[in-house]
Design a protein around this ligand. Sequence first.
Ligand code: NAD
Length: 270
Amino acid sequence: MTTDDSTDAFAGGVAVITGAGSGIGAGLVSYAARLGMRIALADVNADAVAERVEQLRADGVDAIWRRVDVRESSDLETLAADVYDTWGTTTVLVNNAGIELHGNTWELPVDHWHRVIDINLNGVFHGIHAFVPRMIAGGTRAHVVNVSSVAALRTNPGTSAYAATKHATLALTECLAKELEPVAPFIAVTAVLPGSVKSAIFESAYVNDVDGAGAESKRILATSMEQTGLEPIDAARIIFEGVARGDLRVHTNPEASRRFIAERAAALAF
Ligand SMILES: NC(=O)c1ccc[n+]([C@@H]2O[C@H](COP(=O)([O-])OP(=O)(O)OC[C@H]3O[C@@H](n4cnc5c(N)ncnc54)[C@H](O)[C@@H]3O)[C@@H](O)[C@H]2O)c1
């Protein structure tokens, strides 16, 4: 196990990123390339990752892409098998793919509720299930990175499905870290809690009402992204630096996170 906690240690390593075709995932791909990593790009949008891999290869980066729907555990199994066949290792797995859903809980269509849970929460589990046994068997320094959100720290009207998955992803990540510590201390685990980062997430977001809590929550979040959102490449730098340090939680917008944590702690206290 290396004790190097700078991102230099990632040079030559293998990064596997889900949701790699857009937004934060695309930023992570660019930053991994900058670090000299080999990269597997996974996304349900095959065109986006296929095109990006062509550009990366033209720049001399060793990269592969796979069409992966993170709702399907078999897609993640195939991805892991392909990555290990190709490179024999995984240095950093980022379970990043995610979607938004807005609306009053009792009005959300059942299939949309299931879709957001399947992608944002089950997708993270599927990545862990496919890769962590191989990481344990590999016995070398590795990182599991699960993208949660500041939505893990707050509860707002119109956001129950998304917030539930992000609270759950944070809890899942913390449990995983405690499980791996005694059996595979060479595997570090990180939950990423991004604040606002410029991406396409609100373009694909399903909003269940035109003038209710869902539309309002999407409007507030989309405006904040437009006005103060970080560039994905800047978020990616913060994420890779935190991951390299082995931080259990990485906050891309620490001031916002601190405020939400203080508000939540006060709300929970009795
Ligand atoms: N952008 C933000 O401000 C912000 C803040 C907090 C958390 N997040 C989280 O960051 C992650 C990335 O989101 P983003 O903002 O970059 O959004 P984005 O929409 O720009 O990118 C998400 C990517 O995931 C892919 N994807 C969607 N469903 C998939 C599936 N079933 N299987 C595989 N890939 C799938 C999409 O095709 C897309 O390329 C998400 O988990 C999101 O919840 C984003």
